[in-house]
Design a binder for this molecule. Structure first.
Ligand code: 5GP
Length: 191
């Protein structure tokens, strides 16, 4: 997606060979126009799949997921990372190891919002080693719902996540595929 790649080049900051910071438009300040375009693109790629729900993880997956949900006309569920007072019982839970924080945390959703009849699209901001996506897929399986695919805003293609998800049989659609962050430069995969 050209507008996204341009934004990454102009406003992304390469923190290391492994980590890209996009606080200017996705992870802290949010560019609503770009999010709308992202939602449109996800919807175009996954339309006609009979999607009934979108699932993401707080906080940075929410903006792109909501925009995709608006385009597809389906509800968006975000998994919580910290158990809140109102979210206690009847939960689906999974463990997720965070690539950026190097910690393992529990993510959870209420079982009220996901059912065996649902066809679910997973959306997240980044794909690195695939642990966040697999955690969300675990929640979907607990509900005995169907995983339609995984939509990623920025995939770091030099990490293992994409292949891991493909090997498990999931469709992966990434709007920007970063080939390398070496030497402070962002380069993209060209197919
Ligand atoms: P994974 O679970 O695929 O290893 O990592 C994906 C998760 O880690 C995303 O939800 C995202 O929050 C975070 N993440 C991974 N790599 C990066 C990165 O380069 N930049 C930022 N901002 N977040 C990342």
């Amino acid at each position: 997606m050209q507008a996204l790649e341009q934004k990454i080049l102009s406003e992304g900051i390469v923190l290391s060979d492994q980590v890209l910071k996009v606080d200017a438009f996705l992870n802290h300040q949010i560019d609503p126009v770009l999010m709308q375009q992202i939602g449109h693109e996800f919807a175009a790629r996954f339309k006609d799949q009979g999607i009934t729900k979108i699932i993401t993880i707080e906080a940075s997956g929410i903006a792109p997921a909501v925009m995709a949900g608006l385009e597809l006309g389906v509800p968006v569920i975000f998994a919580r990372k910290h158990q809140s007072l109102t979210l206690k019982n009847d939960l689906y839970k999974a463990q997720v190891h965070s690539f950026t924080k190097q910690t393992t945390s529990t993510i959870a959703i209420s079982n009220k919002y996901l059912h065996a009849t649902d066809k679910v699209l997973v959306i997240d901001d980044f794909l690195a080693n695939g642990q966040a996506a697999l955690g969300l897929i675990d929640l979907i399986h607990q509900a005995e719902a169907e995983v339609v695919g995984v939509g990623i805003v920025i995939e770091k293609s030099f990490q293992t996540g994409r292949q891991l998800l493909l090997d498990k049989g999931y469709r992966v659609e990434s709007l920007a595929r970063v080939e390398s962050l070496n030497d402070g430069q962002v380069t993209f995969v060209r197919d």
